[in-house]
Structure formats: structure tokens, C-alpha cells
Design a protein around this ligand. Structure first.
Ligand code: SF4
Length: 288
């Protein structure tokens, strides 16, 4: 259930860790109605202290566009405004249809585009297509990354039954691309898919990111293990799809359909476009 927060919120949060490369995260909502079974956020203190089942709430933050522009201005003066939206929710919640919180932030950014260095929009919701016109005005300063962990509806239903369908996400990606917006397909976490999935990604996306349970949880697989993700695989799928080397195997399959320079593994797929390294480039461990 969505409800509106009373107190005004600071919206830009300084970042680090897996999102190194960004200056701030931007989360217009607290909680997430999609409630994906594998979501790492549910195990974070902020979600656990709440004491309500993950997926049962998505509270919109109180957003004042002028105050947000003030934050952005100060951030720009202090250094940079590379922003990851969103790290602990999906910015396109079902409630966003009527709340318009994410839309109001994008409109504020559009009104002062020089304040923005880079915006990474991470979503699995087809509602992102509603804002195609605004996003296209940000040109190469924005990248929209649409999660498509699989092309199989049965798998999507098993792992994320409340998330938007595969078909709806594909349609949204097509709309965004028709507006000239750079779009990434994020196969994250990598789930079992059909043999046609790599060619579908190559047709849909400008770039692709692949991440898995073993690196992508930012804890060498410990968080995934704690969530017990392995139990959602039938034995015949587990042997092939639930193993550390599968991300590379899938990337190689994808590389038969799209240039390797457009395929990014693990954290690289979530970095700003000017600092990320494609799948074959050696990555300095200092910056991995
Ligand atoms: S959409 Fe993202 S934030 Fe929301 S439950 Fe799924 S993984 Fe978590």
C-alpha cells in the first residue's frame, strides 16, 4: 500500500560500495510494491526494522522540486552529480501512476540540465515509457536500464510474481528506443531463459548488463545464500543456471549476437557509461 510521507525528505544520498562511480543515489519511494523474492533490500536494516512484509508497502517521499533543485545545485558545487535512481526501490512503482514523484524529479532535472552530470534510471516497470519525452531531452546524460532477468514468463512468475510481465517490459524498451533514449537491458539476476533470449536482447538493447547471485549481491554470494535463492530452482535447472560461471557463459552466447563492447559484466554494467569496461577489458582490481 502506498502512503505519502509527512516530513520533507532529503533526496540525494551520498553513495559508495557497489555503486562506486556515482555521487548520489536517488530513491523517490521507501519500500517496493514489486516485492521480488530475491530482493536484497528486504534484508537491510531499513526494511527489517519496519517489521512489515517486503512488497507490502511503497511510501512516496515528500518531494518539493525547488528543494530538490537546491540539493542538486549544492551537490554540483561540491563535486559531481552522477546519480543512480534507484538503489533501494524501483522508481516506477505502481503508485507512481498517480503520485508522479519520479516524474516531478525528472521535470526538475530537465528545468536545469546543467546541474546533472549523469542519471542512471534502473527499473523493471513499463511505466518508465510514460516519461520517454522527458528522458529523451536529457540525451546522453541519461541511461535507462530495464531489468529483464529472463524471457520466460514461467520463470518470471516463479521469482518475481508481482513484477511486470516480460512482454510489458519489452514494449516499454521499444517505446524508449523509439524516442532515441539509450536503453540497457539488465539481465540481473541472471535467471533461466530460452535459447532465443540472447538474440532478443541484441535486438532490443543498446547495451546489456549481466549480473548474478555470486558477484551481484556485493557480498560474494553470501546475501544470495542467506535469502536461500537456490531453493527456487528445480534440480534440472539448478545444475546449469545456478553456478558462478553461468554469467560468463551467457555473456558469450550474447556476444554471438551483439558486439562485445556493448556487453558488461557484474558491477561494470551499473556504472556510469564513461567509466564502465566491457566484458573483455581487463579491470584494474582497484576499480573493480
Ligand atoms: S523491483 Fe527492485 S527494489 Fe523492488 S523488490 Fe524487485 S529487486 Fe527489490
Amino acid at each position: 500500500m502506498a502512503r505519502s510521507a509527512n516530513a520533507p525528505n532529503r533526496l540525494l544520498t551520498p553513495t559508495g560500495g557497489y555503486l562506486r562511480g556515482y555521487d548520489y543515489t536517488l530513491n523517490p519511494y521507501v519500500g517496493c510494491a514489486y516485492g521480488c523474492s530475491y530482493c536484497y533490500v528486504q534484508a537491510l536494516p531499513v526494511a527489517r526494522f519496519r517489521g512489515e512484509p517486503w512488497g507490502s508497502y511503497a511510501d512516496v517521499k515528500r518531494i518539493d522540486p525547488n528543494a530538490f533543485l537546491g540539493e542538486l545545485r549544492r551537490a554540483k558545487r561540491r563535486g559531481g552529480t552522477r546519480i543512480f535512481m534507484s538503489s533501494s526501490t524501483d522508481p516506477y512503482q505502481p503508485a507512481e501512476w498517480r503520485m508522479g514523484a519520479t516524474r516531478s524529479l525528472l521535470l526538475a532535472i530537465r528545468s536545469a540540465p546543467d546541474l546533472l552530470d549523469f542519471l542512471f534510471v534502473q527499473t523493471r516497470s513499463p511505466l518508465v515509457a510514460r516519461d520517454a519525452e522527458i528522458l529523451s531531452s536529457l540525451r546522453d546524460r541519461a541511461l535507462v536500464s530495464v531489468t529483464l532477468e529472463t524471457d520466460r514468463e514461467d520463470v518470471r512468475r516463479r521469482f518475481a510474481p508481482r513484477a511486470p510481465t516480460v512482454r510489458a517490459r519489452i514494449r516499454a524498451i521499444e517505446t524508449l528506443r523509439a524516442h532515441g533514449i539509450p536503453v540497457q537491458v539488465a539481465v540481473a539476476p541472471l535467471l533461466p531463459s530460452s535459447p532465443d533470449f540472447p538474440s532478443l536482447i541484441a535486438r532490443l538493447a543498446d547495451v546489456a548488463a549481466i549480473d548474478d547471485w555470486f558477484v551481484g549481491d556485493g557480498a560474494n554470494g553470501r546475501r544470495s545464500q542467506a535469502l536461500g535463492v537456490e531453493r527456487w530452482y528445480p534440480p534440472e535447472e539448478r545444475a546449469t543456471w545456478y553456478r558462478p560461471e553461468q554469467a560468463r557463459v551467457f555473456a558469450e552466447a550474447l556476444a554471438r549476437h551483439m558486439p562485445r563492447e556493448r556487453i558488461f559484466l557484474h558491477q561494470q554494467g551499473f556504472l556510469p557509461t564513461d567509466v564502465r569496461r566491457p566484458m573483455d577489458e581487463r579491470i584494474d582490481p582497484e576499480h573493480a
